[in-house]
Design a protein around this ligand. Sequence first.
Ligand code: HEC
Length: 168
Amino acid sequence: MSFLFIATLAACGGEETKPVEPPKVEEVKPVEPPPAPTPPPSAPAPTGPYTPDEFAAKAIEAAKAAGADTKPNPKAGDAAAIAAGKAQYEKCTTCHGASGAGDGIAGAALPQKPAQFTWNERWDATSVGTKQWIIMNGVSGTSMAPLGLSEDQAWEVLAYIDGELRKK
Ligand code: HEC
């Protein structure tokens, strides 16, 4: 047993040390910036009459049941509210698009297309109170989820959409 131990030790001891080769320096190529994502083709705004799908119809009904559909926008036309609403609208552009045409980067991939605020028939089909209820409560069954806006912020974003975005 002890012989084996000594033999093992001896085997470990006398190794020749090889000269350490310098590490190879690989040529560093400049990283090319990835190509800019091509924006989705903007969907042409429909012009025909608007028929709410089953999800929108339920939301419209629920807004009415809550008595929200007849509420006027207390912030309409208020310059400060429009400016505040413009900042809030940043949260909406991924789906509804910067111009409101429903052509946001995420919107293109959604099964339920985001509402096009530039489609007059659709915009006019629901009252501002109904739209405020939808912003607060979402449209169940679609990606239009409540975005955590306060009641006032929801009115402000509508003051912006009505007072500035749709006038462009
Ligand atoms: C993740 C995507 C998404 C985001 C973000 C989003 N929406 Fe929507 N929105 C939708 C979709 C989808 C619908 C359509 C639901 C339907 O009609 O079935 C909708 C519908 C609406 C409607 C109803 C319009 C109408 O004429 O019936 C309003 C108003 C609205 N959104 C406002 C907003 C506002 C304001 C924001 C930002 C604070 C916002 N949305 C953010 C997806 C989104």
